[in-house]
Design a protein around this ligand. Structure first.
Ligand SMILES: NC(=O)c1ccc[n+]([C@@H]2O[C@H](COP(=O)([O-])OP(=O)(O)OC[C@H]3O[C@@H](n4cnc5c(N)ncnc54)[C@H](O)[C@@H]3O)[C@@H](O)[C@H]2O)c1
Length: 256
């Protein structure tokens, strides 16, 4: 099993449709001990019930908008579990009006909010994890991004700009973290019907286009994305850092 003896922190579990849940199940099935964080805005009791399906898993709360909250959370994770081997950043948010209106109407606050939660939080989590010496040697950080950072995808709007910032942050973080043997990468996942995705206008038509145009003519599952996260957590990817890996049935490789 790829992750035997490793502890991983999955940040951003909301429900059984979350990509975070697919990643957690894959990590567990590959031998990892799994810890979770969720936003304190979520139904914590319901999430506790869900994660009880994974033996010995634990849940912490963390507000990605606050360095203090991230710091308290990672402190608690370390004091209760010791050092860990992987972090999945599966966190994003934009205001609904910024996904519904034309991009040109994005407010200054909406732009800052989407960038703060969806991109800057990865920088803060990486920095605070290093300050707290939370990560073992050769640990791996993974984030989730989407094709809307590369091309203008109708309805993705400010989130596409935030994902572009996330992807470029990964390249700079890879340089800094590499000095300490830590790797960081992102998976650019194909569209999946999750609660976050429901905020995107006409999301079903995006799924239909992928099915029609992607070389493999299907949409991805949270299991497939989760298995790619497991690969990036594992020693099998020991020479990969600063990369954005598409797990999208090839959709991003197709022109017309
Ligand atoms: N669903 C897709 O089509 C798709 C495709 C590619 C990438 N992604 C990315 O995958 C990641 C997970 O999204 P998902 O689709 O599984 O949806 P989801 O709604 O299940 O997960 C999003 C998570 O972000 C968390 N979050 C939002 N604001 C937060 C805050 N202030 N502090 C802490 N947590 C906060 C939510 O609580 C939730 O757990 C996101 O980065 C998303 O952009 C999703």
């Amino acid at each position: 099993m790829l992750l035997t003896g490793k502890k991983v922190l999955i940040m951003g579990i909301r429900n059984k449709w979350s990509i975070a849940w697919g990643a957690a199940k894959s990590a567990y099935e590959n031998g990892a001990e799994v810890l979770f964080t969720c936003s304190d805005m979520e139904n914590v009791e319901k999430i506790k019930e869900l994660i009880s399906e994974i033996p010995n898993s634990k849940l912490y709360t963390c507000d990605a908008a606050s360095d203090e909250s991230i710091s308290n959370c990672l402190e608690q994770v370390k004091s209760e579990n010791g050092k860990i081997d992987g972090i999945l950043h599966s966190i994003a948010h934009a205001n609904t009006e910024d996904l519904r209106n034309d991009f040109i109407k994005t407010s200054r606050d909406g732009f800052a909010h989407a960038s703060d939660i969806s991109a800057y939080s990865l920088v803060a989590i990486s920095r605070i994890a290093m300050e707290k010496e939370l990560l073992n040697e050769n640990a791996s950080i993974v984030a989730l991004t989407y094709y809307g950072s590369e091309k203008a995808v109708a309805g993705y709007n400010v989130m596409g700009v935030a994902k572009a910032a996330l992807e470029t942050s990964i390249k700079y973080l890879a340089k800094d973290l590499g000095e300490h043997t830590i790797r960081i990468n992102a998976i650019s996942a194909g569209p999946i019907k999750t609660l976050s995705a429901k905020g995107i206008k006409d999301f079903s038509s995006i799924l239909n286009v992928v099915e029609e145009k992607a070389p493999l003519h299907k949409n991805v599952t949270t299991k497939e994305v989760g298995d790619a996260v497991t690969f990036l957590f594992s020693g099998m990817s020991s020479a990969i850092t600063g990369e954005i890996i598409h797990v999208d049935n090839g959709f991003s490789t197709v022109g017309v």
